[in-house]
Design a protein around this ligand. Structure first.
Ligand SMILES: Nc1nc2c(c(=O)[nH]1)N[C@H]1C(S)=C(S)[C@@H](COP(=O)(O)O)O[C@H]1N2
Ligand SMILES: [Mo]
Length: 429
């Protein structure tokens, strides 16, 4: 395992003070000139630069690593289990290609998969009956649907937490949007029969626990029955027109746009319809939960004060250019990106080149369907040569927007929807 982890921005300062995320102070002149020296150029709008942050022009590049069926451009954070994220500049396509789609495994994917033997069992206290479907049954008995659905790991952006949160140190790339094809979960559940006391569904997959113990369940999460019955909630076997990659759940998985991707069970073999909140591994304790009320950074929070994450927050990512791009003062910089929300849709995306002192609107495209990400773009002119950062901020139709710095600290490092930023150097014309 030779992949180098990306340096979290805030950790470099080893400053554990909670004031870091609550207050912005102006940075010192001496710090400013040190930054300018290291960058080899002037930090324009440096006076607006948030205290305790490092210009991203000073970040290190990552090394490449190879995964089966995956692009060498993915950044591998761990290879047992496999966890790999997509650099922001590789999320520029309207739909994320399969080989660039992030991977978040908690265990070991199944091997020797026989499509003729694969079955999906539906059962549970709130199921009218137990039913077993073959893949052929699912494909022939139900109508097929395709939706563009954004999947984002609940821990995406964890690397910016301070104090740090344990777990994969995702930077910005545990997200992607693909065209998923399969059958509606709703149609399958209704064919089995959902009792009126149904509260939740839970999934089981065919991956193996890291311990190798065949009786240990790797992860078994789920969603409220209302989410399960939404039109866009799929049992999918195709991603962007071809079979799911093995690492993304081949041959069958759940896909719930808008919810933490941990709900979208891979290598799917069983769904339980529960008469209470599902209680499989990683539904309880601290996993995929955040404090029910905000806590001070670094707090210990009792399990009973933690609440299950449901909708993911409104967020955006700049996907072009790559951070560190250079241009001349007489040129305009085209920028592009994606914005997504678990509410209805994104209403606007704005960019700033002066650390949030002022914002300009981007052009925004409509979503293909609910939970699909939306593309945005703009053309930027810069007032003088030097170092800049371009920041992007999305706002959804309900008015939910993104904070510039890490929002509510939580023990496991979930739900970071802080604005994304890229470094730009403007040279003499
Ligand atoms: N069976 C199974 N399903 C799983 C997981 C897993 O480890 N095993 N990981 C979950 C988590 S935490 C995430 S973020 C998503 C990642 O989906 P992807 O690897 O296709 O990007 O799958 C979810 N479904
Ligand atoms: Mo996840």
């Amino acid at each position: 395992m030779t992949s180098k982890k990306r340096q979290p921005l805030l950790d470099k300062h080893k400053d554990r003070s909670p004031s870091v995320i609550h207050r912005r102070r102006f940075i010192k002149k001496s710090t400013l000139s040190a930054f300018s020296l290291a960058l080899g150029t002037k930090l324009v709008f440096g006076a607006n630069f948030p205290n305790k942050m490092l210009p991203i022009g000073l970040e290190n590049d990552h090394e490449f690593f190879n995964l089966p069926g995956k692009s060498p451009h993915l950044i591998v954070l761990n290879n047992k289990p496999i966890n790999a994220e997509t650099p922001s500049e590789y999320l520029d396509d309207p739909l994320t290609p399969n080989e660039l789609f992030f991977v978040r495994n908690n265990g070991i994917p199944p091997t020797d998969i026989d499509l003729n033997q694969w079955t999906l069992t539906i059962e549970g206290e709130a199921a009218q009956q137990k039913k077993v479907f073959t893949l052929a049954d699912l494909k022939s008995k139900f109508k097929h649907y395709t939706y563009h659905l954004t999947l984002e790991c609940g821990g995406n952006g964890r690397s910016e937490f301070n104090p740090p949160a344990k777990g994969n140190q995702w930077s910005t790339g545990a997200v992607g949007c693909a065209a998923w094809m399969g059958v509606r979960l709703k149609d399958v559940l209704e064919a089995v029969g959902v009792k009126s006391n149904a509260v939740y569904i839970g999934y089981y997959g065919e991956d193996t626990h890291l311990s190798g113990d065949p009786n240990k369940v790797v992860i078994s999460r789920g969603v409220p029955i209302s989410k399960a019955l939404e039109e866009e909630s799929l049992i999918a076997w195709e991603m962007n027109g071809t079979a799911l990659p093995l690492l993304n759940g081949y041959p069958l998985r759940l896909v719930f746009g808008g919810y933490p991707a941990s709900c979208s069970g891979k290598w799917l073999s069983k769904i339980v319809i529960r008469n209470k909140v599902h209680d499989g591994p990683k539904m309880n304790g601290q996993a995929y939960r955040v404090p029910c009320s905000p806590v001070a950074p670094g707090s210990k929070v009792a399990d009973e004060d933690m609440c299950i994450i449901e909708g993911m927050p409104t967020k955006s990512l700049i996907t072009y250019p790559k951070s560190g791009a250079m241009l001349k003062l007489n040129q305009q910089l085209p920028i592009r990106g994606k914005a997504w929300t678990s509410t209805k849709s994104i209403a606007s995306v704005a960019y700033s080149i002066d650390f949030g002192a002022s914002w300009q609107e981007c052009q925004l495209e409509a979503a293909k369907n609910r939970y699909a990400w939306q593309s945005f773009h703009a053309k930027i002119s810069f007032p003088e040569e030097g170092y800049y950062e371009v920041w992007a901020k999305a706002t959804d139709v309900l008015g939910n927007t993104q904070p510039m710095l890490l929002p509510g600290w939580n023990p496991k490092g979930y739900l970071n929807n802080a604005c994304h930023r890229i470094a730009i150097k403007v040279l003499k014309a």
